[in-house]
Design a protein around this ligand. Sequence first.
Ligand SMILES: [Zn+2]
Ligand SMILES: [Zn+2]
Length: 294
Amino acid sequence: MSENRDYYEVLGVDRDADARTIKRAFLKKARTVHPDVSDDPEAEAKFKELNEAYSVLSDEQKRANYDRYGTADGPSGSGYVDINDIFGGMGMDDLFSSFFGGGAGGGARSRRERRRGRDMAISLSVTLEEAALGCKKTISYDRLAPCEDCNGTGRAEGAQEKQCGRCHGTGYVTTVQRSFLGQVQSSSPCPDCHGEGTVIDHPCETCDGQGRTPSHEKIDIDIPAGVSTGRQLRVSGFGEAGLRGEPSGDLIVNVRVADHERFKRNGDDLYLLSDISIAQAALGCEIEVEGIMP
Ligand SMILES: [Zn+2]
Ligand SMILES: [Zn+2]
């Protein structure tokens, strides 16, 4: 995958396309390159590239920067907030690979499982004080969320979901090719229903019948007192939305406790390095130290 593919080209839209056109183009392409429906070994990379293009072109500021400077960040040193700061060191790549549920379940999932939204993972950095006392954190991230216009059903008003005529509801089409090795039979997801087995006669326009649309989310989560690095907090239902009203996956927050300038932590104990004089060392002494108190 080339690093510098033009985002407009990736989405297949003109440079002056409006927000709605960009969103539609994203949804349309996502349907064919999403690794759940595509057999292409590059599907995951392509979906990632598509997401990246969309995340830039759907954001007015980032798009303006991209048009002007060729990158979403704009000229270096601008006021743009690096996504790495927000996610405590998690890169854009990690963010989008989190769309894939960290590989759990991987390849062959049943249709029902595929329709459920995937779990997503993000990492969150907290200070030692926040870890010790517990805190509330607001996290923002991008996900496919249930479509508001059709309540996640993917159907326009009065539309019906019916069996796909092309694959007769199986979700797969079988092709037989003759080659010098003999007949090669292969099955692939049905192009009409994208492996669903059913089609909607009038799909919702906003989500193109998927029941989910890309959305920027902001949620508050409680960090319990005493967390340590590596702790995972599961926020149920805040991962990728399921297809056409199936349940959403979970959001898994990987907590990382930042190093403290004075304290070292060992389990639930805190160690403090303090300078004392030779006289104090020889005679013994009392010094005052700070801890972390509620
Ligand atoms: Zn079909
Ligand atoms: Zn919709």
